[in-house]
Design a protein around this ligand. Sequence first.
Ligand code: FES
Length: 106
Amino acid sequence: MPRITFVSFDGVARTFTAPEGSTAMEVAVRHLVPGIDAECGGACSCATCHVYVDEAWREAVGEPQGMEEDMLDFARDVRPSSRLSCQIVLDAKLDGLVLHTPEFQG
Ligand code: FES
């Protein structure tokens, strides 16, 4: 199962394993990771699951496309590494993924 680490804005790291096919948002919500609100439940319509992909993982995760790119306009403090975590699907190639959570959503 892929491992995923969430690093909070104040530097606290939390690592979990999750079945392939889970989204990063689902893992965060299941484990009550601070900084992920996910108000729409993964429908790509709220932007409150905004995360920053660690630099080492940006190429593997890829860039936001289509609806996700549009929704990121509603996120706060968007950066080149911004993604919506409900659109990041975990698989073997993302084993070890590191995501940084913002201090605030929305
Ligand atoms: Fe709403 Fe990701 S959970 S956009």
